[in-house]
Ligand binder design. Structure first.
Ligand code: TYD
Length: 190
């Protein structure tokens, strides 16, 4: 099963993925975490390009390359258990889609595995940026830009049936609702 978490930076994806990983793992489920961008050379290049304000077309192609590079690894994890993924090609549509034709982004990501479920953690850019203010800022931590990214996410959520969670609630509340959802889909599938 392939469950993807999407949301702007500061929405709490990694905290929730860690929590779910530990919860499922301690109950005997075979669970994997898959993160985009990767830690590979392509992932390193992407981070450098982000810091150097590369154009959105170049970034979209690099993110797609990073995805393609690990597709077999992802498919293997999906065949073995539950994959909790931090982002997928929907991030490219939300982020690069602010500047680049979304159909073209879909086209260059045609090979990508479609998630079974997408959990979208919705948070306003103001709250997200505040949560991350102790960290180094990059190209993507600009409230005006993130507002457009969020609009893209909300449109995608409707079109693609994402599970939308209000991630401005307390972490405990968000954890509980995500956990309940995940338990339900695991039960449905077994
Ligand atoms: P992030 O999840 O913050 O990774 P890390 O903390 O390991 O650097 O991803 C880096 C940025 O890349 C983030 O702002 C979202 C952005 N991004 C895209 O713009 N398009 C994509 O396709 C992906 C996967 C990420």
């Amino acid at each position: 099963m392939y469950i993807v978490f999407e949301g702007i930076d500061g929405s709490g994806k990694s905290t929730l993925i860690n929590f779910l990983f530990n919860w499922l793992n301690s109950r005997g489920y075979r669970v994997f975490v898959h993160k985009e961008p990767s830690k590979s050379k392509i992932g390193e290049l992407i981070r450098r390009c982000i810091n150097e304000n590369a154009d959105a077309y170049t970034l979209a192609l690099l993110f797609a390359a990073d995805r393609y590079h690990r597709i077999n690894d992802l498919k293997e994890k999906i065949s073995k258990g539950i994959v909790l993924a931090d982002r997928c090609f929907y991030s490219s549509i939300a982020y690069q889609g602010v500047y680049v034709d979304k159909m073209w982004i879909r086209e260059i990501n045609k090979f990508a595995v479609k998630p079974d479920y997408v959990i979208y953690l919705d948070v306003s850019p103001e709250v997200a940026v505040k949560r991350k203010k102790h960290e180094k800022k990059d190209l993507f931590e600009n409230v005006e830009y993130l507002k457009k990214v969020r609009e893209n996410y909300l449109r995608l959520a409707e079109e693609e049936n994402f599970v939308v969670i209000n991630a401005e609630q307390s972490l405990d509340v968000v954890k509980k609702s995500v956990l309940n959802f995940v338990i339900r889909i695991i039960k449905e599938r077994t």
